[in-house]
Ligand binder design. Structure first.
Ligand code: NAP
Length: 678
């Protein structure tokens, strides 16, 4: 059999392993299949390449260009999944596991592509939050912006998800406009290398946007600056060693850590055997114990059940584990594969033995052997069958709350009441996820209040949500992934929140015009640009930010109010009954409907003929400020606030609209959304 030479991609060149390479064995057969590592990689050249070639090209693009690039990348990867599946079996993973790693990784890139288009501007500056009013006269305001870091993102990943682990970090990094150097764990780096080759061969990424280190990182961390970010996934021990690197400390290099944690799942006090929720609990726990042979950072390590239900859970879970054959993941009928390596098995058995010092093993056998495949070449060195422990004294036990056996190992413990369950869940001192199976809103609220501070994610499930729920152990790109304390104190993904790790947030103070110029969005109080023609006759590309029209005034009559009330059926007393309206603290007497004013406003600013404005798609941030009585008038100001390209034919124009009365008082303010042809 030929040994795969797992290369690095450094400064634009593929670099083969050298004599310092480490051997990598198949988790299934134990035979060497690959080697990786080169102790002569020029780390400074890699950093220079990222900083001087990849970074400038990425930053020259806008968020939407980069989002489109991510979408193209995801589509391309989607066409090459089979190659990655084929390789991944040797890591011990089953086809179902591949769906989480490979399909899940590609899906994550799609989500970031779509969020980038929908939630970020079609430009280079991200505005974080609202404009802050810092002066009485409105001539000095504030806002927060985020711009891409000018350095490199160094991603150091764990072995268990060679594809998802890379892509969940790469997508937000590239969307931010920052180049990445990816360092996968050596045990499964051949899968990551194949995925990187697929991405680079596509030609979709600019030069220098993505580099790969297969093997050790040499002195890379000693060369990082404050413009760089390290995003680490792996064990608490390695995280602690790397984050205390003197150079990282000295330069305040951002260090995001996702590390192991003692995740828990609580069976609600309202759930009993024979209910859909009980079956759901068993299904969730079983899935977390056996998927990826328990090598998931989010796997359920501690099962917390009402004391009276512990035996029922053990029995139901044991029956389900009995029906989970372990062996060559390529073979028919196999439901659980191997750990990634013989070394990992040694580690898991060692940790299981530690757990066994204070808990009793109630299911599973550390000596159990995998099923043989047709070739008879399954080597048991990396296979561990699921093991369930029962901890009878969880209040005084320590190992079970501290020791992660990164394999199919879990411990059940009983609780007296929900406060006790919360206390036990929190004994992990910080986790990525805790789940609760309950139909009770009160229980859910108590857990959210009592355990929220200790867990990065709380997952509630019951009969209502179970069909569509995504699973205790599935980090989703939309939701924050990470956790406090033991889980590393980091936070990844969570939509655009995850992109912010690779950007600097800066407070900007200045006049409205200065803020408009920087943010590419018109800020109220900025100079207006006189429209050369009615803006509804102008195409998307011709409209300028700040372009404004002021309409003629229109007087509102009592007939208008009555007609509108009778036509729409909105005969609310404030519009119909003078005395009742006067008793209301908001109105001087009968007043016009807010919606009547909006409709009149549209009638005032609209240009009726067919033209580039295609549709009105909504209003944002509508406020009614001053009521309008019969005999008073309104006048409208319409300003182009922001433009966002949407499709090949049209883009969204966001207009800032104000209605003022005859005295110049603000009657209403809102943002109008329209689609306008290029
Ligand atoms: P690990 O041994 O801590 O290794 C993690 C990464 O760090 C690997 O890429 C490893 O590379 C690298 N590394 C180790 N020493 C290094 C050094 N001196 N300089 C630079 N890089 C170094 O963890 P693992 O065994 O791969 O992964 C299992 C652990 O990860 C489990 O504890 C699990 O809970 C945790 N995990 C957490 C998450 C999460 O999102 N929170 C996700 C998955 C896994 P080499 O392989 O080349 O040594």
């Amino acid at each position: 059999m030929t040994i795969m030479k797992v290369a690095s991609f450094a400064a634009g060149e593929w670099v083969q392993p050298n004599s310092a390479a480490r051997a990598i064995a198949s988790a299934i057969t134990g035979a060497q299949i690959a080697e990786a590592g080169n102790d002569n990689l020029d780390m400074q050249a890699m950093l220079d390449h990222a900083r001087n070639v990849g970074g400038p090209d990425l930053r020259a693009m806008g968020f939407h260009d980069r989002a489109k690039m991510l979408k193209a990348l995801a589509l391309h990867l989607g066409q090459h999944k089979q190659e990655l599946y084929d390789l991944s079996f040797d890591t011990g993973a089953t086809q179902k596991d591949h769906l989480i790693d490979i399909d899940g990784g590609v899906g994550t890139v799609f989500v970031f592509a779509s969020k980038g288009r929908r939630e970020m501007p079609d430009g280079q500056v991200y505005i974080d939050g609202d404009i802050e009013e810092l002066s009485r006269g409105g001539t000095f305001k504030g806002m927060h912006i985020a711009t891409p870091l000018k350095g490199v993102a160094v991603h150091i990943n764990a072995f268990n998800f060679p594809v998802w682990g890379m892509l969940e970090k790469l997508a937000p990094t590239l969307l931010a406009g920052v180049p990445a150097i990816v360092k996968p764990a050596t045990a499964s780096c051949y899968v990551t290398e194949a995925c990187v080759r697929i991405m680079l061969d596509s030609g979709i990424l600019p030069d220098g946007a993505l580099q790969l280190i297969s093997g050790g990182t040499g002195d890379l961390l000693d060369r990082l600056t404050a413009q760089d970010v390290v995003s680490f996934t792996g064990s608490a021990q390695t995280a602690s060693m790397l984050r205390s690197n003197p150079n990282i400390l000295k330069n305040s290099v951002r260090f995001v850590a996702e590390q192991d944690s003692l995740n828990a799942s609580i069976l609600g006090p309202d759930v009993t055997p024979g209910t859909p929720e009980f079956d759901l609990f068993i299904k969730e726990v079983h899935r977390e114990m056996t998927t990826k042979a328990g090598q998931k950072c989010t796997a359920i390590r501690r099962i917390i059940a009402p004391e009276g239900q512990v035996q029922n859970v053990i029995e139901a879970l044991s029956a389900k584990l009995d029906a989970t054959p372990m062996g060559d993941p390529r073979a028919e009928g196999i439901r659980m594969g191997a750990l990634v390596s013989a070394a990992q098995k040694r580690d898991v058995l060692e940790k299981a033995a530690m757990i066994g010092t204070e808990s009793k093993r109630v299911y599973g056998d550390p000596e159990a052997l995998p099923q043989q495949n047709a070739m008879g070449d399954v080597n048991p060195d990396a296979f561990v069958a699921p093991m369930l422990f029962h901890c009878e004294s969880p209040d005084t036990a320590t190992v079970v709350h501290e020791t992660e056996a990164f394999g199919p190992v879990s411990t059940i413990m009983g609780y007296r009441d929900i406060d006790h369950a919360i206390e036990l869940a929190n004994k992990g001192e910080g986790s990525l996820v805790a789940s609760v199976i309950t139909a009770s809103g009160d229980v859910a609220r108590e857990v959210a209040m009592g355990a929220g501070a200790f867990h990065g994610r709380l997952y509630f499930n019951n009969a209502t949500s179970m069909k569509e729920s995504t699973g205790h152990g599935s980090p989703l790109p939309h939701m924050v992934h990470g956790g406090p304390g033991r889980a590393g104190g980091g936070e990844e993904m969570g939509g655009i929140r995850g992109v912010m790790h690779y950007m600097q947030r800066t407070a900007i103070q200045g006049s409205p015009d200065i803020l408009s110029s920087i943010g590419g969005r018109w800020v109220p109080g900025s100079s207006e640009v006189e429209a050369p023609a009615h803006p509804f006759t102008r195409r998307f590309n011709d409209l300028a930010i700040g372009e404004t029209i002021h309409t003629a005034p229109r007087t509102v009559t009592m007939d208008d109010i009555e007609l509108f009330a009778n036509f729409t059926g909105d005969t609310f007393y404030a519009h119909m009954d003078e005395d009742a309206a006067k008793r209301n603290p908001f109105f001087p007497g009968r007043v016009a409907h807010g919606y009547l004013l909006l409709s009149f406003a549209a009638g005032l600013f609209v240009e009726p003929n067919e033209g580039p404005v295609l549709a009105n798609t909504g209003l944002d941030n509508l406020r009614f400020m001053t009521p309008v009585a019969a005999g008073e008038s309104i006048q409208v100001r319409l300003t182009v606030k922001a433009k966002t390209r949407r499709t090949d034919e049209y883009g969204e124009v966001r207009w800032h609209v104000t209605l003022a009365n005859q005295d110049g008082d603000l009657v209403a303010e809102y943002e109008l959304l329209t689609m306008v042809a290029y």
